[in-house]
Design a binder for this molecule. Structure first.
Ligand SMILES: [Zn+2]
Length: 70
């Protein structure tokens, strides 16, 4: 009985975590940019980018890229 509960909890976590990751995942910005991008955005392709978290984005009032719409 206990084992069954544990397995369900694990499955629920496995299903929930990717969804959370999508929402709070890392975004990418160029050094000079005030916009943030998805990792696969064409605008930042081939450029030096750094990771920005959601808290960085709100702290620096960065705007979402119009191309990749992060
Ligand atoms: Zn972009």
């Amino acid at each position: 009985m206990h084992r069954k509960v544990l397995v369900s909890a694990f499955l629920l976590a496995a299903l929930t975590l990717p969804a959370l990751g999508r929402h709070q995942g890392m975004y990418y910005a160029t050094r000079s940019g005030k916009t943030y991008h998805k990792r696969d955005c064409k605008v930042i392709a081939g450029k030096t980018v750094y990771e920005v978290s959601w808290s960085d984005i709100t702290k620096h009032k960065m705007t979402p890229c119009k191309k990749c719409k992060p």
